[in-house]
Ligand binder design. Structure first.
Ligand SMILES: [Cu+2]
Length: 679
């Protein structure tokens, strides 16, 4: 609206620049954080930033487990829960919504897993050594990163910034007792005022873990290595180019909650970007990026005993994309504009080998080479008044799916004879967030509307076996677009030594996509209970509320606690699956004279609202206790950090609502991490 006020020529340039390039990068709220009080911005956006950076000194003090996996970092976030199918590649959920309802990006790049069984969430293809932080936007506050219902997680890569630091490096190593996890990592960086190069590598290898009471969980081993490189070159004072390359490979990954394991999961992620401080004199922080990523995922059942029918199930996902974004400030308004697009190819196969080798092999395309093209524009305006501010944002996206493989198309036509090869949607998102500050009180409230297209599995999946509810799933290309009306409110009282925040999120989701039993079809997977076809419910409702408090007992001791309640029901009032019961965390942190220590408790109440129709059983209440100790040493000019800790001190045997088929979690675990950095 205000966008068009600046005279027609500026307006045209603005619109022109909007359209001219591709895709996305920095998080809008972050960019503005430099210009306005940080806390108010974070509050108005209801965003959370999880600091990562394995080798960074500052974080080292604060993090209980500096070399923990990215999954563990995300799990420590206030807004994210992780669905676990084993010890590796957990799936993030936000507001009780998982992958298909979230936008998960790496440095603004769209990337899609290649597994039909969700064994490889996007987050499994990076490591903490690559990242500086995870930027989290709840609900439509995440649409800068793509169409979403539940929210967005952007994993920001750690990169140089043309500081004259010369050569720096670090070495890290970690060990965990429970599953004999060995971690080795290192970084080597060079930076001057014209050029920087960052490289890092990390290796992790784990045996099976044991649940409480020393019960070994078979097929929970994994091995992963990750290598990344990024560099930048200053073309002029206000212009630079940069490039990123990440290679990530996991082998021999066990998924104890599933019927198959993974022999290979590999990603190559590359990007080149161009940055310029200004554009046409008025726009600032202009950043444009082109990127490419390719994923190969190979499932493996050869190590499992008593496999009734051996299957080969490889999958591939390939994405090309771009974005271009810039800021613009005028008076009370701070705008952020972005244009983005991507093209993805998703293909997955299944070959079944009958025990009787005289019988014919059976071949299916479980993802029939689905080509997705997506082009979007995003704009937001932060309007600041004396003691309040409003953020308006919108995203408009053209989204199209095409089934490129004829065999796959004909297979799907058995169930959907009227389907077209190509399906096009126009997706919209609008959001308004209000923030008011009254002395120590902050009030935030927002109303949003958003839409999302079905995922490849929901639209085009062909006999995807879901071990959770023991059904084969078939997609429906004619699914209606899912949309959400969302409201959020938070009230906080904040002083330097004390804070208390209460917040609530409500989502009324129209055309909620979920599998529905079709009793006329018979399953392909041996032992499956039936077939579900993805369909739209008229609506579903999701609600969550939480209370958070922190208190500084002294300069050295800090106390924090959080309790949350979640509820999700369908249009008939039945419970939705994978909704959190009441859960809580509490912690006491100590930091003084380079010593750090922590004691924390994590727990959940009994899962009262579960639904057997989705394969859920009632999960019992649990609580676990953890502690950590750390010390930073100075050796010459260098730093040595040592951190040790115990998780699940009482060796409790438990599982949570997010554990696939209630697979028990890790029992007592002692860890030690050492990191040495050279300046
Ligand atoms: Cu898989």
């Amino acid at each position: 609206m205000k966008l068009f006020i600046y005279g027609s020529s500026t307006g045209k340039i603005l619109m022109g620049s909007l359209w001219c390039a591709l895709f996305f990068g920095a998080f809008a709220p972050r960019m503005e954080a430099q210009e306005t009080p940080l806390d108010s911005l974070k509050l108005i956006n209801l965003n959370e930033v999880v600091l990562i950076s394995a080798g960074k000194q500052l974080n080292h003090q604060k993090q209980h487990k500096p070399l923990s996996s990215l999954d563990e970092f995300l799990e420590s976030s206030r807004s994210i829960n992780m669905v676990k199918r084993g010890a590796y590649a957990w799936e993030p959920t936000m507001n009780d919504m998982a992958s298909e309802r979230l936008a998960v990006t790496i440095d603004g790049m769209q990337i899609f897993g290649a597994c039909t069984d969700k064994m490889d969430p996007v987050t499994s293809y990076v490591d903490v050594s690559n990242l500086s932080e995870a930027e989290i936007g709840s609900g439509q506050q995440g649409t800068a990163f793509g169409n979403t219902i539940g929210g967005a997680i952007n994993l920001k890569l750690d990169r140089g910034n043309f500081k004259s630091t010369g050569w720096t490096g670090s070495l890290e190593s970690g060990f965990e007792s429970n599953n004999s996890l060995r971690i080795f990592g290192g970084e080597l960086n060079y930076s001057d005022d014209k050029f920087y190069l960052n490289t890092d590598a990390i290796y992790r290898k784990a045996n099976n873990y044991s649940a409480g009471g020393d019960k070994e969980i078979e097929f929970s081993q994994f091995e992963k290595y990750n290598f990344s490189m990024n560099s930048g070159y200053k073309l002029a004072d206000d212009k630079s180019i940069s490039a990123t390359l990440i290679f990530d490979e996991a082998r021999d990954v066990g998924y104890p909650a599933l019927t198959m394991d993974v022999s290979l999961a590999r990603a190559v992620i590359a990007s080149v970007s161009f940055n310029q401080d200004t554009l046409f004199g008025n726009l600032g922080n202009w950043e444009s990026k082109v990127y490419y990523n390719t994923i190969k995922h190979v499932m493996d059942d050869t190590k499992r005993p008593n496999v009734p029918i051996h299957m080969d199930m490889p999958g591939w996902s390939e994405t090309y994309g771009f974005y271009s974004q810039a800021n613009f400030a005028r008076g009370k308004n701070r705008f952020f504009f972005k244009a983005d697009g991507y093209f993805n190819k998703s293909l997955a196969e299944m070959t079944m080998y009958p025990a009787n080798s005289n019988e014919a092999l059976m071949f299916m395309l479980t993802w029939p080479d689905v080509h997705t093209a997506d082009l979007g524009i995003y704009a937001e305006d932060n309007i600041s008044f004396k003691e309040s501010s409003i953020k308006l944002s919108t995203r408009l996206t053209y989204h199209s799916n095409t089934v490129a493989d004829d065999f796959g198309l004909n297979s799907l036509k058995i169930f959907h004879p009227d389907m077209d090869r190509t399906n096009t949607r126009f997706l919209k998102s609008f959001s308004a967030q209000y923030h008011k500050m009254l002395q120590y009180f902050h009030l935030n409230g927002g109303l949003s509307y958003g839409e999302r297209a079905p995922s490849v599995s929901e639209g085009y999946g062909f006999y995807l076996f879901n071990s959770f509810d023991n059904h084969d799933y078939i997609g429906d290309p004619n699914l209606k677009t899912e949309s959400s009306v969302e409201g959020n409110i938070s009230v906080s009282y904040e002083k330097p030594i004390f804070e208390i925040t209460a917040e609530a999120h409500y989502f009324h989701i129209y055309n909620y996509i979920i599998g529905k039993v079709d009793s006329t079809l018979s399953p392909m997977a041996i032992g499956a209970d039936g077939v579900k076809v993805y369909g739209n419910l008229d609506y579903a409702q999701l609600f969550n509320t939480s209370l958070f408090a922190r208190y500084s007992l002294s300069n050295a001791f800090k106390l924090s606690g959080r309790i949350s309640y979640h509820r999700g029901v369908d249009d008939e009032g039945e419970n939705l699956p994978l909704i959190s019961p009441v859960s809580y965390q509490g912690g006491l942190d100590f930091y003084k004279n380079q010593y750090s220590a922590s004691l924390s408790v994590n727990g959940a109440g009994e899962q009262v609202h579960y639904n057997p129709a989705y394969g859920e059983t009632k999960t019992a209440a649990y609580a676990t206790l953890s502690a950590s100790f750390g010390k930073r040493f100075f050796i010459n000019n260098d730093d040595l950090f040592v951190k040790a800790g115990i998780e699940n001190i009482l060796d409790t045997y438990y599982s949570s609502y997010t554990d696939w088929k209630n697979i028990p979690r890790m029992g007592r675990n002692i860890y030690l991490t050492i990191s040495y950095s050279i300046k």
